[in-house]
Design a protein around this ligand. Structure first.
Ligand code: SAH
Ligand code: SF4
Length: 339
């Protein structure tokens, strides 16, 4: 039995074709799932009884349960329990132009970045496509509002769950699915070079963000173990390749950590690395997680920002959402798992 939310429309078309049924049935089922949002095949009243029986034999409606909600003025945080009792979380960010949702892609994360709450808990497993889709459906239902954009920046390394994440993009981008425009979808990776290269051939115009955070191999390898497998030069080369194939601007994420990577010298190293590339730098204020890492002091953050800006590289400082609710993805789950 498969979770019905794991299927892209093309997967469903294949299913119907194998049964010698018309492929428009796939569209009908999709509309029931994502437009009318029914929770059983019986409610799909334009399907024949025999077909409903078949569908019930082959598929089930995967569920996720909302365990906890924390709200702040500009963000809500949701803790979900999956069917195997695993916990994950999603964060809703309320912008003046709409709602964006940060979803999780794995239960835990194996990348082990020293500053990250998610990386403290090893990966238990990857999420299925349906479990990612359901995070959106559950929150839209709860809020009775449409989510306008999706960022895959919650718990987990999305490119360590590549195939499911790609299928997830197909479902949420499908005009008969959740109809979220590709330009409103962003995926962030800690730098799995082979997958960045593979992603260059993915035809949807999804935004790519790279968690660079350090501009030299010594410190990047110290705090981000992935760098020992794929160093900065390889990573930058893969970004160049991605840009040359897609012609799209890549976001470079850089967390500002007090006295670790926030000096003017660090800014200059970053400029040297990125000069001439079609990228934009997003400076991220660090959310404390009870570790030794502290956010940069205001004056250092400003100086870092100015240095990058004066080099001609486009740079922004990310707004901080949900300061009061452990909004850095992974923090809430980490607390719950400890309990
Ligand atoms: N695994 C992916 C996506 C999830 S993490 C990745 O690393 O890109 C999403 C972003 O949040 C990454 O840039 C990550 O480095 C950053 N992050 C992790 N812990 C953080 C914290 N405590 N405060 C602010 N950003 C954090
Ligand atoms: Fe995993 Fe991303 Fe956290 Fe690193 S920053 S441990 S890759 S979730």
């Amino acid at each position: 039995m498969k979770n019905i939310y794991d299927l892209s429309r093309d997967d469903l078309i294949i299913y119907f074709e194998n049964k010698n049924l018309k492929k428009y049935k796939a569209v009908q089922v999709y509309e029931w799932l994502y437009d009318k949002r029914v929770n059983s095949f019986e409610e799909m009243t334009n399907l024949k009884k025999e077909l409903i029986e078949d569908l019930n034999k082959d598929f089930y409606f995967g569920k996720i349960t909302l365990e906890k909600v924390q709200t702040d003025k500009d963000a809500n945080k949701y803790l979900f329990k999956l069917e195997d009792d695993s916990l994950i979380e999603a964060v809703l960010m309320k912008h003046n132009y709409g709602n964006s949702l940060c979803i999780s892609s794995q239960v835990g994360c194996n990348m082990g970045c020293a500053f990250c709450a998610s990386g403290k808990l090893k990966k238990v497993r990857s999420l299925t496509c349906g479990e990612m889709v359901k995070q959106i459906l559950a929150i839209e239902e709860k809020l009775n509002k449409k989510i306008n954009s999706i960022v895959v920046m919650g718990i987990g390394e999305p490119f360590d769950n590549y195939d499911n994440v790609i299928n997830f993009f197909k479902v949420i981008n499908d005009p008969k699915g959740l109809a979220i425009g590709a330009r409103h979808i962003t995926v962030s990776t800690s730098g799995l070079v082979p997958k960045i290269k593979e992603f260059a051939s993915f035809p949807m115009q999804v935004n790519l963000a790279i968690s660079l955070h350090f501009a030299d191999d010594e410190s990047r390898s110290k705090y981000m173990p992935i760098n020992r497998a794929y160093g900065i030069k390889e990573l930058i080369d893969s970004i160049k390749y991605y840009i040359s194939k897609t012609n799209r601007r890549v976001t470079i994420e850089y967390i500002l950590l007090d006295c670790i990577n926030d000096s003017i010298g660090d800014a200059k190293k970053l400029i040297k690395l990125l000069k001439g590339l079609n990228v934009y730098v997003n400076l991220i204020p660090y959310n404390e997680t009870g570790s030794e890492f502290k956010p940069s002091k205001e004056k250092n953050k400003d100086a870092f920002y100015q240095t990058i800006k004066e080099s001609g590289i486009v740079v922004t400082v990310r707004r901080r959402f949900g300061e009061n609710i452990d909004a850095a993805c992974g923090q809430l789950r980490a607390k719950e798992v400890k309990k």
